[in-house]
Design a protein around this ligand. Structure first.
Ligand SMILES: Nc1ncnc2c1ncn2[C@@H]1O[C@H](COP(=O)(O)OP(=O)(O)O)[C@@H](O)[C@H]1O
Ligand SMILES: [Mg+2]
Length: 283
């Protein structure tokens, strides 16, 4: 089987070696080809699991074309329909409609009416709907400056979303819940990333500070409800939560395409993933 990465991500996926080791331990032969390596014989694999195809944002159309073509040749997990849905944060609207508590979000489309943001609600976060690694994402004290960022992204043809800054993240952090085959494997805490009125990261990814986390009962509940609201049968999924104004968890993001699992913070988690993969291979 293949754990699919990207040329641009080589050497940066800290989960990859632990996953390869765990799969090997479970008698599953795995390698880590790059999605953008044109020489890979995808039909030679019995399964291709997307893991660190992290340059998909600037190469979105090219990536989706590769994904569709590859799905013709090998079973891909999570499947292309799920990847399409979960790489465009407009899915928050779907989740909200299914009763999942999500961070309140306003969306703006290129060619649509110009943004008129109110500063009354406090600080604002602006990000493209298709984004990863906090790229092009920034936090503003001033609604006019936030509007300017929206306008700049729209002019580049990118749909944009605006959220109130969830201040609870400053103390509690963000909680990531990692699910394998629908079951919670482990959780982690990610420290807040966005400095007020600072420009978006110039790196491939903003640096992240991760620690192990025991999720609260409310976080588990919202995590389970979120996975239940997504397509059934996911090999893996990650639900990222932040405290809302009343302290209760809200979904910031659902990662079903290429989430970091942060396995190093959760003993046994790589084995749980290998078991989930083994089940897909009929082991
Ligand atoms: N509404 C928000 N309130 C507080 N922090 C936010 C908000 N939106 C994003 N962030 C911060 O920005 C980071 C990146 O945003 P996120 O929505 O996770 O997109 P991605 O990880 O796909 O770039 C988060 O990890 C969090 O630290
Ligand atoms: Mg995120």
């Amino acid at each position: 089987m293949a754990l699919v990465t990207a040329t641009a991500a080589l050497g940066t996926d800290e989960d990859l070696q632990p996953l390869l080791d765990a799969l090997d331990h479970h008698g599953i032969t795995a390698s880590a080809p790059c999605w953008d390596d044109g020489d890979v014989a995808w039909d030679a694999f019995d399964l291709a699991v997307l893991r660190s195809t992290w340059d998909y944002v600037p190469r979105y159309e090219e990536f989706l074309r590769w994904l569709d073509a590859t799905e013709e040749r090998v079973r891909v997990l999570n499947p292309a329909t799920v990847v399409r849905w979960s790489t465009d944060k407009r899915y928050l609207t779907d989740l909200a409609a299914r009763g999942v508590p999500v961070v309140p979000t306003e969306f703006f489309e290129p060619g649509g009416p110009p943004p008129q943001l109110s500063g009354d609600a406090g600080e604002l976060v602006v990000k493209p709907v298709i984004s990863a690694g906090s790229k092009d994402t920034a936090r503003y004290s001033d609604a006019r400056a936030a509007e300017q960022h929206v306008i700049t992204l729209l002019a580049k043809g990118r749909a944009v979303m605006v959220q109130p800054y969830m201040g609870g993240i400053d103390t509690h952090g963000e909680t990531g819940l990692v699910f394998f085959d629908g079951d919670l494997s482990h959780a982690f805490r990610k420290a807040p990333i966005l400095a007020l009125d600072a420009p978006p990261t110039a790196e491939f990814f903003a640096p992240e500070e991760i620690t192990a986390r025991e999720p609260t009962a409310d976080e588990r509940k919202v995590g389970d409800a979120t996975i239940a609201a997504c397509e059934p049968g996911l090999l893996y999924g990650r639900v990222d939560l932040v405290p809302g104004p009343d302290g209760l968890p809200l979904v910031l993001e659902v990662e079903l395409a290429e989430p970091s699992f942060f396995l190093a913070y959760a003993p046994g988690s790589a084995d749980r993933f290998a078991v989930a993969v083994g089940a897909r291979l009929g082991r």
